[in-house]
Write a protein that binds this ligand. Sequence first.
Ligand code: PLP
Length: 402
Amino acid sequence: MPNQSGRHFLQVPGPTNIPDRVLRAISAPVIDHRGPELQKLALELLERIKPVFKTKGPVVIFPSSGTGGWEAALVNTLSPGDKVLMFNTGMFAALWYDMVTRFGLEAEYVDTDWRRGPDPEIVEAKLAEDKEHKIKAVLVVHNETSNGVLARVAEIRKAIDRAKHPALFMVDTISSLGSSDFRQDEWGVDVAVGGSQKGLMLPAGLSFNGISEKALKAAKTAKLPKCYWDWDWMFQNNKNGFFPYTPATNLFYGLREALSILEEEGLDNVFARHDRLAEATRRAVRAWGLEIVCAEPREYSSSVTAVFMPQGHSADAFRKNVLDNFNMALGSGLGRLADKVFRIGHLASVNELMLAGTLGGVEMGLKQAGVPYKSGGVLAALDYLAEATGTPAAKAAKSQAA
Ligand SMILES: Cc1ncc(COP(=O)(O)O)c(C=O)c1O
């Protein structure tokens, strides 16, 4: 490949751009994973990660991709033949369901059109029907990365409570953590599964389980076989700042830096930035005359916007053209949305001007692909960003002056 000047635009919805500070932190010399430096670092990280989950409970960190975090959530809390309630809300929900069935668990699997999240009313109805409490867990993907739908986790919690059902509540926060508000303790989430390569601004390689007291209790009787993912084994070692096996030490340096970045910006500001960039993106899509995949405005994702390609046009050919000509990677359609949809990632280390460049690349790509669209999407986004961006103090000063 000849050199392409400037930076590559990585606008897939994870893995995301890694801030230079984090890259520099990761490039430190490798240390002894059983030595005092790692011990100190691990004890620090195991505490500092908790506010990101908004939990006071333990968070376990595995050296794995997010899929490992899914597996750990299941094998630590459930037993062969247990039943779970799940919704087929997109590709990642479908993959978690596939894992559930491979473990010999039974699933009540509610289908959707992949354009909306789990309906809290259906959650309530299904649990209310389950008088014998055969359902042991409700499994929900918070941000469905394949279609840009953000499940209403707080409302689903309330639905479980209304049904007075004792099921565990497990939530995949892999592409919402550090991008959209998530409140493990307040929302009564028993296991929150996270991954490093999205809002946490790291490469893939760390997965997380935030664990409630109720989940810890369930773990005492859970019978699915486990070894690598065993929480107990982790806790035994973590209490001294160690791990049962070799942890991803250099990613820990990156995590420390990424947590500092989140703390410096402030989580609420991080979420507000994501909301703003997502709204600007949707305004661009509407101005182009294209259709957003998420059909429920109250479930719009702030991490990713999935867009339908006009009928008869290939989303993959469009993406390839954008990559070849503008050095920008957009997310592909997955599963039943393959080649029909492209996804614009606007999460993690992204700002207004990066989004402007991204939307500019999409608009030029639409023109080159010869698809029917209206120009003006970028302008619509810029107009919105010009209004919506700025510190609260600057905005207050502006409105006073007006
Ligand atoms: C919502 C969600 N869940 C699970 C996964 C799987 O994670 P991994 O690919 O890190 O194993 C992904 C990956 O993109 C995801 O977006």
